[in-house]
Design a protein around this ligand. Structure first.
Ligand code: FAD
Ligand code: NAP
Ligand code: SF4
Length: 678
């Protein structure tokens, strides 16, 4: 077979002896919430089949508990439950018989949202809901048999293999680590005993499923725990897992409870793959690496460097089901890149019971519900505003065959994403704008930049549909002194249009207040673009690999030296409304940089001295050189009102529709759904 000209390593097949993977990209496991939804398995089947058609070599399903105590979701412990899984395996194998699909067996142990949860010892996780019951000898035997039985049922259901998750703070990993395994019997104590459960799971699964079934074991190659596994212990475990019969080892990098970001957008691309590369030298079976590999060139570099045999991309497959196909066909500029925001995926998974989707691709996990079908009646559509809402509307409408004209007053497309992309750690936002620009070109959208349109212009334009996506205008609090020269809007602060002093008060602590604090407190290269800076900032030692990768390493952050205070009126903790899975990283970063956070503030006035307030009913003056206003936003609807007055039927989308609690997730979703219907 001729190697692929651009991605020879990505598109090299992998021979496992009894079966072959057609390329080196697998879709990593993600719980979607569909597992428990009505018609969930039909929807999962369509979701996975779309990714199979999109060119991926192997799919790992979201985690499925092997018994009732192992989690709170849809388990697999009976033949009836196995029957539902057939929908998935048949859909994937029909979509492409060469694509393999493995089911992940997930025993969440002490992290189960289940009062009957079990663990090696009764140690409650910092992030767990319940204190687990310590397993007795019979309980351990039952769990081991349940793993094996679950694997047999997966085989019956038509899967090509299973992935056993032995990382992240779930059951198997809690046997490995001393702080969660306090046992004194043969399953606890020294490392050989603590490893026994993991090895026994693999041994029993292999004995049950026979030789011709893929068994993958997911290991924490760097658990990011103080006192976690040493490098020697990681290697010893991996070798024992290989000897017990696994075909592939997959590397994972963090326990969920560890205070180190490993997949957020501030994490550099492929930051951890060299750790997998070190482990690869100690094993003979293939290794999978993961985390922040979101584009084919990153995957190619990682594989070419010898870091791994396979790369796992999980969220990137939500963002673009055709990622692999587009790379194969030389259409990588059409890839809708995962920006690692977690806003519609992991924040939904961990934040309650909202099903997973994707900020940049609202069809994700709704493949049976949302269709962008070609239109039978092409219309002339005018869209005003090329922010995320206008761009999403234009892309979907034009892709369906409508003739779209897009106007923006600015010199470039993107709206507020042009501010977001300038925040250190948010560089991935450039990719979304690259994607939309390519879609506008590909689908023949006529774009008029530097064009502020008004209602008469649109009324005279002969359009069948007018869409107003004019976004927002920043809220200006009615505060004496709000026009004092030391007051700066967040737009001017981010664009560097006004000087910012050494002592700064940020008025408003929502997402934008935090981003402005990040920008103004930041110094040096962005950690998202520099692995060494990132490692220092989060206290990771990739070179010496102390226990957990972090034991004894002090985080060192560079700061601009500014004295910054972030203020809000609410009495809730500052930053509590930020993303469920990423908010803590922003709070911790700013705290380490010395940014003060004050809640319960009443703003009184601004003058030459600074910002006068009452905090908890006590007068307090923040003597600052600059006050940056980040007090939320109001919809910009002047154009819409003018169009209404002229009687032009108009659709409103994005911030122009509703500015309160607006984010790009809502803007893109609303615009895409409306454009799917015109
Ligand atoms: P906008 O992005 O505001 O776009 C409106 C466009 O309309 C503008 O380009 C404007 O020039 C144009 N326009 C207005 N009037 C006219 C006219 N009369 N004629 C022609 N053109 C006109 N959201 C998230 O989900 N996640 C984040 O991490 C995130 N980070 C952010 C960070 C920053 C610093 C900022 C400022 C915002 C961030 N947001 C984030 C919010 C997100 O960018 C907005 O929710 C989103 O841009 C709203 O999209 P929109 O299309 O409705 O409006
Ligand atoms: P926001 O999150 O709604 O925050 C607005 C802030 O202004 C709050 O702190 C609010 O807190 C304060 N405020 C509101 N009215 C005020 C008034 N009249 N006077 C003084 N203060 C007032 O909005 P945002 O920060 O502008 O962000 C806009 C959108 O972009 C949000 O939906 C956000 O989710 C999104 N975004 C997301 C991220 C992300 O990382 N996910 C990053 C940036 C932006 P008090 O009322 O308590 O003072
Ligand atoms: Fe990636 Fe954000 Fe989409 Fe999740 S929501 S898949 S992190 S782009």
């Amino acid at each position: 077979m001729t190697p692929h000209p651009r991605y020879p390593h990505v598109f090299a097949p992998l021979d496992l002896g009894f079966t072959q993977l057609k390329n080196r990209v697998l879709m990593g496991s993600m719980h979607t919430g569909l597992e428990e939804a009505e018609n969930g398995f039909e929807r999962l089947a369509a979701y996975y089949a779309e990714r199979a058609r999109g060119g991926v070599g192997m799919i790992i399903t979201g985690g499925i508990p092997p018994n009732a105590e192992a989690g709170s979701g849809s388990k697999l412990s009976t033949s009836e439950e196995a029957a539902a899984h057939r929908l998935i395996t048949q859909a994937v194998h029909t979509a492409d018989p060469d694509v393999k699909i493995c089911m992940q067996i997930l025993h969440t142990g002490a992290l189960a949202r289940n009062p009957n949860c079990v663990a090696p010892s009764a140690v409650k996780s910092r992030i767990g809901s319940f204190t687990p019951t310590a397993l007795d000898a019979a309980g351990i035997e039952k769990q081991l048999n349940d793993f094996a039985h679950c694997a047999a049922l997966a085989q019956q259901a038509g899967y090509d293999g299973v992935e056993i998750i032995g990382s992240a703070g779930y059951l198997i990993s809690t046997f490995l680590v001393q702080k969660t395994n306090l046992r004194t019997d043969e399953w606890g104590g020294d490392y050989a005993n603590r490893m026994r459960f993991a090895v026994e799971v693999v041994r029993r699964v292999r004995a049950t499923v026979g030789a011709k079934f893929i068994v993958i074991f997911r290991i924490s190659a760097m658990d990011m725990l103080e006192g976690g596994l040493s490098w020697e212990e990681v290697v010893t475990l991996a070798q024992a897992i290989e000897a017990a019969g696994a075909n592939i080892i997959s590397t994972h990098f963090c326990w969920h409870e560890a205070p180190v970001p490993t997949i957020a957008t501030m994490v550099p691309r492929a930051a951890f793959t060299q750790v997998t590369g070190r482990l690869r030298k100690a094993l003979t079976i293939p290794l999978i690496t993961s985390n922040r590999i979101n584009m084919p060139d990153v995957a190619e570099t990682v594989l070419a460097r010898g870091d791994a045999d396979l790369v796992s991309m999980a969220r990137p497959m939500l963002a673009d089901p055709e990622l692999v196909l587009k790379a194969q066909e030389g259409r990588e500029d059409e890839i809708n890149t995962c920006i690692a925001c977690n806003q519609a995926c992991l924040d939904h998974t961990f934040g309650g019971h909202r099903p997973v989707s994707c900020l940049v691709n609202p069809r994700a996990c709704r493949e049976t519900l949302i269709h962008y079908r070609p239109t039978a009646r092409p219309k002339q559509v005018a869209i005003v505003g090329a922010g995320p809402a206008g761009l999403a509307y234009a892309t979907v409408a034009a892709q369906r065959g409508h003739r779209v004209t897009l106007f923006d007053a600015a010199a470039e497309i993107g709206g507020q994403f042009n501010l977001a992309k300038r925040i250190p750690g948010k560089e991935e936002f450039y990719e979304t704008l690259r994607y939309y620009q390519r879609m506008l070109d590909k689908h023949g959208v006529t774009v008029h930049l530097n064009t502020r349109v008004d209602a008469p212009m649109l009324a005279a334009g002969g359009f069948d549909e007018v869409v107003v996506a004019t976004g927002i205008t920043p809220r200006e609090p009615a505060l004496p002194g709000i026009h004092h020269p030391k007051v700066v809007s967040y737009i001017d602060a981010i664009l560097g249009r006004k000087p910012i002093g050494q002592r700064v008060a940020i008025l408003g602590a929502g997402g934008i207040g935090f981003d402005v604090a990040e920008l103004l407190s930041h110094a040096g290269p962005s950690g998202a673009l520099d692995r060494d800076v990132f490692a220092k900032e989060w206290g990771i030692d990739f070179e010496k690999h102390p226990r957990g990768g972090v034991t004894g390493v002090q985080p060192q952050t560079q700061t601009s030296g500014r004295s910054i205070t972030l203020l809000q009126r609410k009495t809730t903790p500052v930053g509590s409304s930020l993303g469920r899975t990423t908010g803590w990283t922003h709070r911790l970063t700013l705290t380490r940089r010395g940014v003060r956070m004050v809640n319960g503030v009443d703003y009184l006035h601004i003058d030459d001295v600074g910002l006068h307030t009452r905090v908890n009913d006590q007068p307090q003056v923040f003597e600052v050189d600059t006050v940056v206003v980040c007090a939320g936003q109001l919809p910009l609807r002047t154009l819409y009102d003018d169009l209404q007055a002229l009687g032009v039927p108009t659709q409103l989308v994005g911030g122009a529709f509703e500015a309160s609690e607006l984010d790009a997730k809502r803007a893109i979703e609303q615009a895409s759904l409306l454009a799917a219907e015109i």
